[in-house]
Ligand binder design. Sequence first.
Ligand SMILES: Nc1nc2c(c(=O)[nH]1)N[C@H]1C(S)=C(S)[C@@H](COP(=O)(O)O)O[C@H]1N2
Ligand SMILES: [Mo]
Length: 412
Amino acid sequence: MRDDDPRLPTSPGFWRSPLRGTWFTSVLGLVLLVGITVLFVTGLLSYAAYNPDLAPVNDQTPDKGVLGFYLFSWPTNPYWLYRVTQGLHVTLGIALIPVLLAKLWSVVPKLFTLPPARSLAHALERISLLLLVGGGLFEFTTGVLNVQLDYLFPGSFYPLHFYGAWVFFAAFLAHAALKTPAAVRAVRQRHGDEGQLESPRPEAPTVSRRGALWFVGGASLLLLVTTAGQSIGGALRRTALLAPHGGADPGSGPNGFQINKTAGYAGIDAKETREEAWRLVVTGRDGRTVRLTRTELLRLPQYSAALPIACVEGWSTADQWWRGVRLRDLAALVGYDGDPPDVFVESLQRHGAFRRAALRANQVADPRSLLALQVNGEDLSPDHGYPARVIVPAAPGVLNTKWVARMTFGDL
Ligand SMILES: Nc1nc2c(c(=O)[nH]1)N[C@H]1C(S)=C(S)[C@@H](COP(=O)(O)O)O[C@H]1N2
Ligand SMILES: [Mo]
């Protein structure tokens, strides 16, 4: 019988680790059941926060159709909302990587069992497992690449990670429905070692199953503390060894907080932002248009708000004191006296994924939503968006357009 030749991975005897077993796999599986559910929910929230159905600017995911069924107006309260949901999404996703890998390792002999399918039901189960394993690896890989390599695929990350999430989560739900009861039983009874996951001819153990779990947990914890600092901040920021892009050193002083894209990177020429050159063009009801210099903007009523920048990549800044003109006051300048409408914001930047963004009416209406001219008592630095940038409570960083040149109010 070739199937029993222990030199071939299709033979159970090929896999000799004494660690494999139902209890070990069940513990990891239950951790993933909770963790991946949180990832899915925070991921959907992150998508909703992006205002994906506002015109085709923010999100160009084709045919999100029914998958966009749950989209709602992202609130502006509490102002740290996105900082928490996205910090959790990215930090938990990274911390779960050792658990995911250990879980896959623990069941890898099953991938090789022959015959590939004993029955139609068995064939369907194995296909769903392919979607599960493939979908899981795909989601974790695209997520990490986006965070670590600074938007490796800016335009295509969203549709890839979004559709991948639905495929993965559907397979995950089916798998969880089938396996959770047995996993709970195995963990409760602290055995279940007679299952098919045990090696028929195990090598002598060098570490106990419990010890191996501590090792996996320790690796997760290490990733957790070296990642979480980027969203928690304070003294912890220095522990964030895995925080993304060395990028620009923000330096110290009032403008000394994380910079995403520098003015140089975005191709912003200092000549265009000088007082004599730059004008904010605001358009509104019936095409009514006003042009304002920065000095004229500074003569309008100025307001302050303490708000963080929270990026989709998971990092965030502490609250910064922004000062500038309320978005709703700008809407009023062009004919929207009562409830303001949506706004489409465009920057001086000519290329790049984040040079424009749309904000919803509820975001424009919030009195803390500003076209900021200053931060922490000083003019914005070129890298933080001088002459003017948008800042909105609870919104993803990507909606806080820097180097604003044009704002068009109206329902989108
Ligand atoms: N014009 C323009 N605005 C932009 C971006 C950009 O690339 N170009 N990046 C956005 C993203 S993704 C984030 S997270 C924030 C970062 O703001 P900061 O660099 O001031 O921290 O700016 C946003 N505004
Ligand atoms: Mo961002």
